[in-house]
Design a protein around this ligand. Structure first.
Ligand SMILES: Nc1nc2c(ncn2[C@@H]2O[C@H](COP(=O)(O)OP(=O)(O)OP(=O)(O)O)[C@@H](O)[C@H]2O)c(=O)[nH]1
Ligand SMILES: [Mg+2]
Ligand SMILES: [Zn+2]
Length: 352
């Protein structure tokens, strides 16, 4: 049944009944270089896009991504399919591509729960965690934090990290585990539910694919040994694929992201820093920037220690990035130009 692979009422309600006579519904489980792998209730089939879809696509967001639901037609005894249209997306995980152009890259669509994985070595970093959370909250996806490689620390040190995160984010769901000692894996299997789609996010080398292999029970997918010297593995996972576990839960493994790019989030930020944003109503001015105004509730809370300095700093930093990002391309160019002019005139004065 399609429900088993995540086709729930949200998608049923959005079905185009004018199309269902001529088209079937399937889910994208892998994006290959030249084609797609789709899955229906029975099997996996290679698929391509119709010319119309290709022609109409204006941005990377218009192409199918892993987790998407699509309308397809089958050919050659159901051995090949053509994708005609993408279903509305319930959720979407995206990041800005590196480089100057303002473009997004889709990570996955229709993810119910995103698992942010940090390993309990130098990868553990609360500021990075905040960035991932902002991206996930922006996509209306439920976050879950996994701390991997718990074998590297003593149990009491692991508990310290857990309470450190819980102090900042009391409501966040959190689990520490070790692929090496297989601790926490059974608990993880209990947590994931059939019919739901999960996504593994996190830096390269934190153990995402190893965890997936542990869940599947065999060494199916490639993992890579981290070079001890640099503590940096090369990227072992190079493509994204949706895996359907025996339990019925679905998991998208992703290649580690080098950077999240400048975040383009507003609502995501508000949720991530809700102990700060819940105060902003009480600021005297409604355009308060919470940096130097009188009667700023955020600054008051900072002074009396209700909010932490570090959280305040990363809130401001991410806000700034996001404000810059959300400017239109033109505004941005004007700002850059102005900056360029100012820079030039300053330099001129210096020369003189
Ligand atoms: N000590 C320890 N090492 C682990 C654990 N999990 C994974 N590793 C090791 O970490 C290295 C990287 O693991 P991967 O599963 O390939 O990491 P990944 O997150 O999939 O990395 P990318 O695919 O590059 O994004 C491998 O050498 C694993 O053996 C763990 O729980 N404890
Ligand atoms: Mg991997
Ligand atoms: Zn304020």
């Amino acid at each position: 049944m399609m429900e088993d692979i995540g086709f729930n009422s949200w998608f049923k309600e959005r079905m185009d009944h004018g199309k269902t006579d001529n088209f079937q519904i399937a889910r994208i489980i892998a994006v290959n270089k030249d084609n797609f792998l789709i899955r229906n209730e029975k099997s996996e089939v290679i698929a391509e896009l119709t010319g119309r879809l290709l022609f109409q696509a204006e941005s990377p967001l218009d192409y199918p991504t892993v987790g998407d639901w699509v309308y397809v037609q089958y050919f050659n005894n159901n051995s090949f399919a053509v994708i005609d249209e993408i279903f509305p997306r319930k959720t979407v995980l995206r990041r800005k591509t590196s480089g100057k152009k303002i473009e997004f890259q889709l990570i996955a669509a229709n993810i119910d729960i995103a698992m942010i994985i940090q390993s309990l070595d130098t990868n553990y970093n609360l500021r990075r965690l905040e960035r991932y959370l902002a991206m996930i909250n922006e996509g209306n996806i439920q976050p879950f934090v996994l701390l991997s490689k718990s074998d590297l620390l003593s149990p009491s040190e692991v508990n310290e990290k857990i309470s450190e995160i819980h102090t900042l984010m009391p409501d966040i769901k959190l689990l520490a585990f070790s692929n090496l000692h297989k601790s926490g894996i059974a608990k993880f299997k209990d947590i994931i539910e059939s019919g739901k789609t999960y996504c593994f996010l996190g830096s390269s080398g934190v153990g995402k694919t190893t965890l997936l292999n542990n869940l599947i029970g065999e060494e199916l997918y490639k993992t890579q040994t981290i070079s001890e010297k640099t503590n940096k593995g090369r990227h072992a996972t190079t493509s994204r694929q949706l895996h359907i576990l025996k339990s019925g839960a679905m998991i998208v493994d992703t290649p580690g992201m080098r950077e999240l790019g400048n975040i383009a989030v507003e609502s995501g930020l508000d949720q991530t820093f809700d102990e700060i944003t819940s105060l902003t109503d009480q600021c005297r001015f409604n355009n308060c920037t919470h940096t130097n105004e009188d009667g700023c509730a955020v600054l008051d809370a900072l002074t009396d220690g209700t909010i932490s300095r570090k959280r305040y700093d990363s809130y401001l930093k991410m806000h700034k990035e996001s404000a810059y990002y959300n400017m239109s391309y033109l505004e941005k160019r004007q700002k850059d130009k102005k900056f360029g002019k100012m820079y030039k005139s300053v330099m001129k004065r210096k020369v003189k």
